[in-house]
Design a protein around this ligand. Structure first.
Ligand SMILES: NC(=O)c1ccc[n+]([C@@H]2O[C@H](COP(=O)([O-])OP(=O)(O)OC[C@H]3O[C@@H](n4cnc5c(N)ncnc54)[C@H](O)[C@@H]3O)[C@@H](O)[C@H]2O)c1
Length: 401
């Protein structure tokens, strides 16, 4: 059985690495650098071991390519491509459309096509299937399924094997074949009654997190106004053994999922005449946190940031990964620069960003911790500036929410 995985990023490479144990995998990616690295057995994704890739390469069960014509003889295709937002924050399916074109133009026999990319309910049925049919010369009758990805890159306790996998096919045969494909390397397969339920469940999972993060971010502001510790209050609430789940405040939400997926849900809701007020407001609260953080830092520093050197510590959107997509650090840096601060940043996991390199972890007037990687010690953070504002709650002795 030969599997084509379109997109060799966080999701696609992770699935390629797991599938390589049981299938022959061809990883399609339009980034030549990624393709070259993967073919040398070098992983660029946290949680995917280079050694595993090397094993599958040596066994002749994995290679990467830029050429979509290599999809012509595969039996299954997994789509793992970005689903971002447009400039006006609407769902952007241009990457998915490109995948449909690659499939339609190159696959001439009936196969199983599974979408793992996150998108709004109806994407598989009303967008992917018609698009592939539009690009296909021979009108091939493929099978279609959705199995939204839930991977959390860099996480140790849950992975492809022990995270239950939702799935649904457009037909019973597509469902059955999807189950067979993943069952080799997933312990628990959960079938739902339609692709739309699977697509909506994935969006709701991340919307649940977005809304709860917004709630705790709002509560951090309330606790500060009341003069009580937000962390002590959350710990106290967390002693309730049921009906409460603890979230912690932050400078905002980052990554490809939490700031983006809820907007997919809101957009499709509004298109169907259902209000998504709560989801929209949660997004705004999270975006506004960067300004709140800078307001607090400014107020603590005599109300003036002009000319002060500010070191932003931790650019990545979460600890121990190099992913800077939608990172709240960028908004914090923008607000600081707007107020005249001389901003540099330290993040050796990220290394370089927008042509700038990670600065020394020392010598600033002010430090603002956005993300704390394990490789950075609390002691070094505290020594980096006379005033340290910590948004993570992990640096004892720093000022915080
Ligand atoms: N990253 C996560 O933690 C995560 C978790 C669950 C779900 N998802 C969802 O999975 C999907 C993929 O996200 P990701 O994080 O893996 O993205 P990514 O940006 O890490 O990877 C996408 C890859 O696709 C390649 N690519 C772009 N256009 C292409 C094309 N036309 N043909 C071939 N390759 C192409 C890019 O070069 C890149 O390597 C998204 O819908 C995302 O929301 C992501």
């Amino acid at each position: 059985m030969k599997v084509g995985v379109i997109g060799q990023g966080y999701v696609g490479l992770t699935i390629s690495a797991f599938a390589g144990e049981f299938y022959s995998v061809v990883g399609l990616d339009n980034n030549q650098k990624v393709v070259d690295q993967l073919n040398k057995g070098v992983s660029h994704i946290e949680g995917v071991e280079s050694l595993v890739l090397q094993k599958w390469i040596q066994a002749g069960r994995f290679h990467a390519t830029k050429s979509a014509s290599e999809l012509s003889d595969v039996d299954i295709i997994v789509i793992a491509l970005p689903t971002p937002l447009t400039e006006d924050r609407q769902p952007d399916l241009t990457f998915i459309d490109a995948a449909c074109k690659s499939i339609g133009e190159n696959v001439q026999k009936p196969i199983l096509i599974i979408n793992e990319s996150t998108s709004f309910p109806g994407t598989l049925r009303k967008y992917i299937k018609p698009a592939i049919e539009k690009y296909s010369k021979n009108q091939v009758e493929h099978m279609y399924a959705i199995s939204p990805e839930r991977v959390d890159p860099g996480r140790g306790d849950y992975n492809q094997k022990n995270t239950p996998r939702l799935y649904a096919g457009l037909t019973p045969e597509a469902s059955e074949k999807t189950r067979d494909f993943y069952s080799k390397f997933c312990d628990e397969m959960v079938e739902v009654s339609s692709p739309e339920v699977a697509e909506a469940a994935k969006l709701f999972e991340n919307t649940f997190r977005q809304v709860n993060i917004a709630l705790v971010n709002e509560f951090a502001q309330i606790a500060n106004a009341l003069g009580i510790s937000v962390y002590e209050t959350l710990d106290a609430a967390d002693t309730k053994p049921y009906g409460f789940m603890k979230f912690t405040p932050s400078a905002g939400v980052g990554g490809h999922c939490i700031p983006v997926d809820p907007t997919y849900l809101a957009a499709v809701a509004e298109e169907h005449g259902a209000p998504a007020t709560f989801i929209r407001r949660a997004n705004e609260v999270n975006l506004e946190m960067s300004k709140y953080v800078v307001d607090r830092v400014e107020a603590d520093n005599g109300g003036v940031l002009q000319g002060k050197s500010v070191l932003v510590i931790g650019l990545a959107y979460k600890p121990n990964v190099a992913d800077v997509r939608e990172t709240a650090a960028e908004l914090v840096i923008d607000h600081l620069r707007d107020r005249g601060a001389v901003v540099s940043w330290h993040d050796e996991v990220v290394g370089t960003w927008h042509g700038e390199s990670s600065a020394q972890l020392s010598g600033a007037d002010i430090a603002v911790v956005i993300t704390k990687h394990d490789v950075v010690s609390e002691r070094d953070i505290l020594a980096s500036a006379p005033y340290v504002f910590d948004t993570t709650g992990k640096v004892a002795g720093a000022t915080g929410f």
